[in-house]
Design a protein. Structure first.
Lengths: 305, 332, 136
């Protein structure tokens, strides 16, 4: 990881956002290399939207720092031109049409490819001249994405853009996104938050997991999956395992123990059967570990009192 | 950025232009009529150079248009509330600001263009309304000499333009600081009228020290022209004569209370009560009683217009400065 | 022209699915030597996967010698995958069927058979020695 931030799209160090009554993000240090599609996952309220807003400069940090494309997020046309942002619920001017937004973009940006936005929307059958507020959720999301891509940004930050979309609309959305990545000449990095792990698994190669306003995981998905193992074995003392590795999450029944561990070396305990872990289970294991105490009982099934 | 501003305010601009046009038509038609009535009534005395002002018995439009003109007091508040307050607050509430503020324009530039056009519109609107009302009030001003009075002063000359500019700035600042449209509307409404009332009732009269003229008790004195009367009363050897409250107070002369007439100036009536003597006024004068007038002279009308306009413009500038300071520093 | 599918829940990484589909297409004659593989852009537009996934798959195929990337023109098929002739396939298939019959008669259900197959494949594959060590 390059500490100077030159080869990274995003590099944060202890980034914190505190409000009067609550802390939305605490001591967040993540790195997203250039060219990745990074999945930002975590429970609601974990700080995903906050992190994205801090990276765009829509919100200011109360602590720590962030480097986005090598610079601090700031009110500067050159910086703003390099980033694209799509907030939850795709907030646009409801009274204005998609065409109006494309025209506005042309006037508000130096680098603007309105033609490709119009072509893309026409191909998807999204009407350009109707008020955006009258379009369906999926169509509005496509308008929002097309507008963000027309900026030709180098970093695209998407906050739950497909939350309200049906499966076909989601597929179209991701196809548009991945095509834009393939076509991009100056290189495109994407950070995308979502709850739908299955979608993220096909499209993303990097993961940031936030829970309880803190970073739990950050890295390339292939590496993370290789580093974690599911151990299934008879119910017994897990101390030896805990000494050699990091136990992320443990589930016990009266007869059996299931552990999700981050490997500190080879696993040589013959009592356990080792299995690869999938992305969804990995995410759930970390989210479960950071869950509030009310959910703790879900980890221990049939525990003898 | 100008294009986007226009596109967003297209409908409001059309509606306000139509309203302004309708207002103008109403004012022009009725104004011409009032002028005609005025010239018909005072034509002869004008020719003979012996018109007496104020001409209180001249009835010039006591109809609904007069009410409309009074309601122009509210125009600045309306524009400030419905155009100024939502400027930033609406973008934040609907989230649409996140589109505008992640394009390649800084929030300050975005704000500068929108604020610029809104303030220009406020100035234009207020200016036109003020000009129309001033023209319309011409005959009334001449007949009643009331242009300097609170209420009339506020709707004529350059005051409407200055007030509208101020109200717009207040709305914009409120919306930017409060970030929610409805509370910002409320703050603009009450803030505007509160400040205006304070100025109208307490502050305006002190822009320049009022003039106090003392005249003899018998004189029928009125300062010339359209002066602004601030106070009037009587003074005696022992100081100010306080005027009693209530109805049916017996007075002599220009309202001197009978109860304060010294015995020397009273005579006994046939039925045994007291009544003022026939020469009571000169009697009061020789006992040291005088009348006083406190007022702002008519020739200070335009200086006052400029002073108050200057103050309101300065307040508007301060509000806009606050708006710019807040827009960048706080979260969007 | 080959048409790709990626199954998110199959347990096989997406890039490997693409590699396998190319190999299968070559075996079945859908792709022939000299044919051009779809461009990265075409693949992601159809399948909505990360472009890096496609690049990885094509690189893997190139390393195996099955395809070659020609600068400025695209990726083209170089040769068919080597493997045993069809007769070997049928011979092995027949002996496998015999073994499966024997396993079923012994009382193994399909799940146990699959599990046994997986374990055997793994222990025979030295590259995944790490995971093999936890097996009872």
């Amino acid at each position: 990881m390059n500490p100077s931030g030159e080869n990274t799209a995003v590099e944060t160090s202890g980034l914190t956002k505190r409000y009067r009554r609550a802390t939305a993000l605490s001591d967040c240090s993540v790195t997203v290399p250039l060219g990745r599609i990074s999945a930002l996952v975590g429970p609601n309220g974990a700080g995903k939207s906050t992190l994205l807003r801090l990276l765009t400069g829509l919100a200011w940090p109360t602590g720590g720092s962030a480097l986005v494309l090598g610079g601090t997020p700031r009110q500067d046309p050159a910086f703003l031109a390099d980033i694209g942002y799509l907030a939850q619920d795709v907030p646009l001017y409801r009274q204005l049409s998609a065409e109006d937004h494309v025209q506005a973009g042309a006037r508000l940006n130096e680098r603007w490819d309105g033609a490709s936005a119009r072509t893309r929307l026409r191909e998807l059958g999204v009407p350009l001249d109707r008020a955006v507020g009258t379009l369906s959720g999926g169509q509005r999301a496509q308008v929002g994405l097309s507008l963000a891509l027309a900026k030709r940004p180098r970093l695209l930050l998407l906050d739950e853009p497909v939350a309200a979309l049906d499966p076909l609309a989601r597929r179209h959305f991701f196809a548009t996104l991945t095509t834009a990545m393939a076509e991009s000449e100056e290189g495109l990095t994407v950070v995308l938050s979502s709850h739908l792990i299955a979608d993220l698994e096909r499209v993303c190669d990097h993961l940031i997991l936030l829970a309880a306003s803190r970073v739990q995981l950050c890295g390339d998905i292939d590496d993370l999956l290789a580093e974690h193992v599911v151990l299934v074995g008879p119910r017994k003392d897990t101390a030896p395992i805990e000494r050699a590795h990091t136990v992320v999450h443990a589930t016990t029944t009266p007869r059996q123990t299931t552990l999700v561990i981050r490997r500190g070396g080879p696993v040589i305990d013959p009592a356990y059967q080792a299995e690869d872990i999938g992305l969804e289970d990995l995410v759930l294991a970390y989210m479960g570990a950071a869950a509030p105490p009310a959910y703790a009982h879900l980890s221990t099934v049939g525990e003898e009192q | 950025m100008t294009w986007l501003t226009w596109r967003q305010y297209r409908t409001s601009a059309a509606i306000s232009a139509a309203a302004l046009a309708a207002f103008a038509v109403l004012i022009v038609i009725t104004g011409l009529h009032i002028a005609a009535v005025f010239h018909a009534a005072v034509g002869p005395c004008l020719a003979a150079h012996d018109c007496r002002w104020p001409a209180d018995n001249l009835a010039l439009d006591n109809g609904p248009v007069g009410l409309v003109v009074e309601f122009t007091l509210a125009v600045p508040a309306v524009l400030g509330m419905f155009l100024g307050a939502p400027l930033v607050a609406r973008e934040i509430e609907t989230g649409a600001g996140q589109f505008a503020w992640t394009q390649s324009v800084t929030r300050r530039r975005w704000l500068a263009v929108k604020v610029g056009w809104l303030l220009l519109a406020a100035l234009a609107w207020g200016g036109v309304v003020g000009a129309l009302v001033t023209w319309w009030s011409g005959p009334k001003n001449a007949a009643y000499l009331n242009a300097f009075d609170p209420g009339t002063f506020d709707v004529q000359g350059i005051m409407p333009a200055a007030y509208t500019l101020f109200a717009m700035a207040l709305g914009i600042a409120a919306g930017t600081v409060i970030r929610r449209v409805l509370p910002a509307l409320g703050v603009t409404l009450f803030g505007y009228f509160g400040i205006r009332l304070i100025f109208m009732g307490w502050i305006r009269q002190h822009y320049m020290s009022p003039v106090t003229t003392t005249v003899s008790i018998a004189a029928n004195y009125l300062p010339s022209g359209a002066f602004w009367q601030l106070g009037q009363g009587f003074r005696g050897p022992n100081g100010l004569i306080s005027l009693p409250n209530g109805n049916n107070i017996h007075t002599v002369g220009n309202g001197f209370p009978l109860s304060d007439v010294p015995a020397a100036c009273l005579t006994h009536g046939p039925a045994g009560g007291t009544r003022p003597s026939p020469d009571v006024l000169s009697c009061l004068g020789s006992h040291g009683f005088v009348q006083y007038f406190t007022y702002q002279p008519a020739d200070r009308y335009w200086p006052f217009q400029f002073i108050e306009a200057g103050i309101f413009v300065a307040m508007a500038a301060a509000l806009i400065a606050v708006t710019f300071a807040v827009i960048s520093r706080r979260d969007a | 022209m080959i048409s790709f599918r990626v199954d998110g829940r199959s347990g096989v990484p997406p890039y490997l699915q693409l590699v396998q589909q190319v190999r299968q297409a070559l075996r079945m004659g859908v792709l022939d030597v000299g044919d051009q593989l779809p461009t990265v852009r075409e693949v992601v537009a159809e399948v909505a996967v990360n472009p890096n996934t496609v690049l990885k798959a094509y690189r893997d195929l190139e390393r195996e010698g099955l395809v070659e990337a020609r600068a400025g023109q695209g990726t083209f098929v170089r040769r068919r995958p080597t493997g045993p002739p069809p007769t070997t396939h049928s011979r092995l298939g027949r002996s496998l069927a015999r073994w499966v019959r024997e396993a079923r008669e012994a009382g193994l259900d399909d799940e146990s058979i699959e599990s046994l197959l997986k374990v055997t494949l793994r222990s025979a594959d030295t590259a995944t020695a790490d995971f093999g060590e936890g097996i009872a």
